[in-house]
Design a protein around this ligand. Structure first.
Ligand code: ATP
Ligand code: ZN
Length: 461
């Protein structure tokens, strides 16, 4: 590896060199969506940011030496509420399945359109209930959890250094929050690991009765199952630092008796609208699907790669104020980039250096743009450009052409060759120009055997 990777670690508040536990299997966990509604473009940001990180790690350690796990949260009270609202006639389990399956499929379609590679594992919470129960049992056995009023709660005071990630002293956990302290909790910051379900709520049998897990425990269970007790990178949006990630850490470390859950904690900044976090609860959101497939935003639809580039033109830890202007800017850049397929070439060291420096996609995009301009004048640069663009996942693809169009172009190219033979240069140039306006580029050469002129063509974009 030529350039050392350095990342900002929320846990230490420092940018340090990344040293994987096992370079043959670099392990990353990112908290995925709660599947009850279309994902908004704020939710697209972690998908894109951690996809770039995944691509970078695959490049450095080898594609087969990185394991990326991103979960699907398919048990949540918001899902129940949506299932009851949308499918009042169906049995609850069936209604929930309809909601989660539909949302999950939509999510996959949306982020595939944004150029995100599928993770290596994408576990669902409901497929990991026994693993969650096991961790909760261990926590109770080790006096880190207790049962009260049908709930199993994590005892935050039982962990000496609770709060390291968010740096909130325990006594201040809820100061000022004006949340009535539930009488059954030992400490106001104690959180639910398991709660009982009524008959019309989804539930699983457990040592504490038929119930369902709290939100945080699922990520502790799934990350352990797929990545181990201690792994390399844990990611998500800034809003997850507290309470979600803090509580994941508490559960995993106390259950396994480890010093850390993950070595490196990375958090992306918010996509904002008029200075406020875009959020479902505030109603100030636009879904990925609306942006890609409708005219809701700026009176037109936008290609996925434009949205992706627009996101990467800001550093992942900075907030993004989302606007039409930003999308237009990204689109203008992309239009100037040559279409290419990713090949075996090495990426440009300057792009690598930028990404190795805490994923500086802003500098990487600037360099990529300069490279694109060079490549437009010198096609020998295209393979390096393509390899660099592929690291960011923003490689303009050669446009697909249907057969009817292709044979019409072939016919025009043949006609032009006839014109050239007949020295009718004006007509020949006219055909070349007309095709050029449609984005079809002609290349003249000679057949090495016969010495005759041959012309090939390609779609620029
Ligand atoms: N505006 C945003 N900008 C950047 N990341 C976000 C934003 N909103 C949510 N995320 C991230 O998206 C991922 C999916 O989270 P989740 O499904 O919990 O979001 P959410 O609950 O829809 O947010 P909200 O309900 O507040 O709109 C998380 O990593 C979360 O941090
Ligand atoms: Zn999580």
């Amino acid at each position: 590896m030529s350039v050392p990777l350095k990342f900002y670690n929320t846990l230490t508040r420092q940018k340090t060199v990344f040293e994987p536990i096992d370079p043959d299997n670099v392990r990353m966990y990112v908290c995925g969506p709660t599947v009850y509604d279309y994902a908004h473009i704020g939710n697209a940001r972690p998908a894109i940011v951690f996809d770039v990180l995944y691509r970078l790690l695959r490049h450095v350690y080898g594609a087969d030496h990185v394991t990326y796990a991103r979960n699907i949260t398919d048990v949540d009270d918001k899902i129940n509420a949506r299932a009851l609202r949308d499918h009042p006639g169906l049995p609850l389990n069936e209604a929930i399945r309809q909601v989660t399956e539909k949302t999950e499929t939509q999510y996959h379609q949306d982020i595939a359109a944004l150029g995100c590679l599928p993770p290596n594992v994408e576990p669902r919470a409901t497929d990991n209930i026994p693993q969650m129960i096991e961790i909760i049992e261990t926590l109770i056995a080790r006096n880190h959890a207790y049962v009260a009023q049908g709930e199993v709660l994590f005892d935050t005071k039982s962990m000496q250094d609770y709060g390291q990630l968010s740096k909130r002293p325990l006594d201040e956990q809820q100061a000022g929050a004006r949340i009535a302290v539930d009488a059954h909790k030992k400490n106001p910051g104690d959180f639910v690991l398991w709660k009982l379900s009524s008959e019309n709520e989804p539930g699983w049998e457990s040592p504490w009765g038929r119930g369902r897990p709290g939100w945080h425990i699922e990520c502790s269970a799934m990350s352990q199952r797929y990545l181990g007790e201690v792994f390399d990178i844990h990611g998500g949006g800034l809003d997850l630092i507290f309470p979600h990630h803090e509580n994941e850490i508490a559960q995993s470390r106390c259950a396994h008796g480890t010093q850390v859950m993950a070595n490196l904690w990375m958090h992306n900044g918010f996509v904002q609208v008029e200075g406020r976090k875009m959020s479902k609860s505030d109603g100030n959101f636009i879904t990925i699907n609306e942006l890609l497939a409708t005219k809701t935003f700026g009176g037109r639809s936008w290609p996925g790669e434009v949205l992706r580039l627009a996101m990467l033109m800001t550093h992942y830890r900075e907030p993004i104020d989302f606007s039409v202007k930003r999308l237009e800017e990204a689109e203008r850049l992309l239009a100037k980039w040559p279409a290419a397929e990713p090949g075996k070439a090495e990426p440009c060291p300057i792009v690598m250096e930028a990404l190795a420096d805490d994923l500086n996609t802003v500098a990487a995009v600037q360099r990529l743009h300069a490279l694109a301009q060079e490549a437009n004048g010198d096609s020998s640069i295209i393979p390096m450009f393509a390899a660099s663009a592929a690291l960011l996942g923003v490689l303009p693809k050669k446009a697909e052409i249907d057969e009817a169009v292709a044979s019409a172009v072939d016919a025009l190219v043949a006609m032009r060759l006839e014109m050239l033979k007949a020295k009718n240069f004006a007509e020949a140039d006219k055909i070349r120009n007309e095709l050029g306006e449609k984005g079809i580029q002609l290349k003249d050469g000679k057949d090495p055997a016969t010495g005759e002129r041959v012309t090939t063509w390609e779609m620029k974009r």
